[in-house]
Design a protein. Structure first.
Length: 206
């Protein structure tokens, strides 16, 4: 009889291509590192403004708890969607059809969208318009369920009126205070892991 004591072995595909910019080693945009189909962490991509260091640390923390976690780095991760109020000020955020297909295969999406409140809520809406899975939003700045529901995003605590619903997916949990470019505190990692675990089928996801 073979018995494994105190150690869980897993093989992780860390990245699809070489890392880029200030991202804690995160892979380049338009790549996915696949490690099962439980959770997909959606990142904007490394760069001078989009410092994605928390994504790697959150991914490690989830995997340490035995949660299969993949990372999708969005190709067009900068700027805001075309229907956002300040969309004329720069680049446009968007999803490729292949990115939509990749996200949809997972049970839970963990969306890391930075620190600009207006950008966060409109990016989340675009993602959840296209995929029908529950999501956790992780951000640096304070946001709440009311912020998302106000622009038609379905959330666990506040729902837009039926005629105002604009998303297929739904925000189930929010974690704020995760600072870009700074080592993620253990209490924030624990909060993320706890909220993700509640959403997986073993934790009671409906």
């Amino acid at each position: 009889m073979k018995q494994q004591i105190g150690r869980h072995l897993s093989f992780v595909e860390c990245r699809e291509s070489m890392g880029l910019g200030v991202g804690g080693g995160l892979a380049q945009r338009a790549t996915i590192s696949e490690s099962g189909t439980d959770v997909v962490v959606i990142a904007m991509g490394p760069g001078r403004r989009h410092i994605t260091k928390p994504v790697c640390e959150i991914t490690y923390a989830l995997r340490e708890e035995g949660i299969d976690t993949s990372v999708l780095v969005v190709n067009a991760g900068g700027g805001v969607p075309g229907d956002a109020p300040d969309s004329s000020t720069g680049t446009l955020f968007g999803l490729d059809p292949i990115e939509v297909d990749r996200i949809q295969q997972f049970k839970v999406a963990l969306i890391h969208l930075g620190n600009v409140r207006q950008h966060i809520i409109y990016k989340a809406r675009l993602i959840l318009r296209n995929v029908d899975i529950p999501a956790v939003v992780v951000s640096q700045c304070p946001v709440d369920f009311e912020d998302f529901a106000a622009i038609g995003i379905k959330t666990a605590n506040v729902m837009p009126s039926d005629e105002d619903v604009q998303t297929r997916g739904e925000i189930k949990e929010i974690v704020t205070g995760v600072i870009r470019g700074v080592t993620c505190s253990q209490d924030k990692l624990d909060e993320v892991v706890s909220k993700v675990q509640k959403m997986l089928p073993a934790g009671g996801l409906e």
